[in-house]
Design a protein around this ligand. Structure first.
Ligand code: GNR
Ligand code: NI
Length: 173
């Protein structure tokens, strides 16, 4: 397993729409294993393939606390139902390092997907899991949580991140 580099905003790659996976094969599973290891190392509770530069509709999530790992793998996930009631969570994103904001999203969602073995599955999610699934599916559409903030807040964050990137480039050179 390999820890892959996580792309960070601003990066146009993060803005592209990811493509459906034709078949869950060994190459898909290797990518999912790498994504999981990258997510645990970060650490984070979810990761979309586009965050490691692969524009495929693949997500990994693990909300469990250290001890016993409970990874969830979603290939070609589709939200088939969203609740009318919302919930607010303070969201962060490995592609928007060090920035957090309260985001409202439907508190429940039903999602349909292929699992690690390519089996068709349905899941009823609520609370943090529902939020996380929606956050990750947004990545597959090129959407980041900062897109839901006011223009002012978003541009403040993007400016800060691009300055950080530029100063890192100077250190490397
Ligand atoms: O690690 C993460 N934490 C988190 C917290 C609240 C809502 C969503 C998330 S997902 C994030 C990891 C990430 O960037 N996934 O794309
Ligand atoms: Ni994210």
């Amino acid at each position: 397993m390999t820890i892959r580099k996580i792309l960070t905003e601003p990066d146009l790659f993060l803005r592209q729409k990811s493509k459906d996976v034709d078949k869950v094969d060994d190459a898909t599973r290797t990518l999912m294993d790498d994504m999981l290891e990258t997510m645990y190392a970060a650490p984070g509770i979810g990761l979309a393939a586009i965050q490691v530069g692969i524009p495929k509709r693949i997500i990994v999530i693990d909300l469990s606390k250290e001890e016993e790992k409970k990874p969830l793998f979603f290939v070609n996930p589709k939200i088939i139902l969203k609740s009318n009631s919302n919930i607010t969570y303070e969201e962060g994103c490995l592609s928007v390092p060090g920035q957090f904001a309260e985001i409202d999203r439907p508190d429940k969602c039903d999602v349909n997907y292929l699992d690690y073995n390519g089996k068709q599955c349905d899941l009823k999610a609520e609370g943090l899991l529902a939020t996380c699934i929606q956050h990750e599916i947004d990545h597959l559409e090129g959407i980041l949580f900062i897109d839901y903030l006011s223009k002012l807040k978003k541009s403040f964050i993007v400016k800060k991140l691009s300055k950080q990137k530029k100063s890192l480039e100077r250190i490397v050179v």
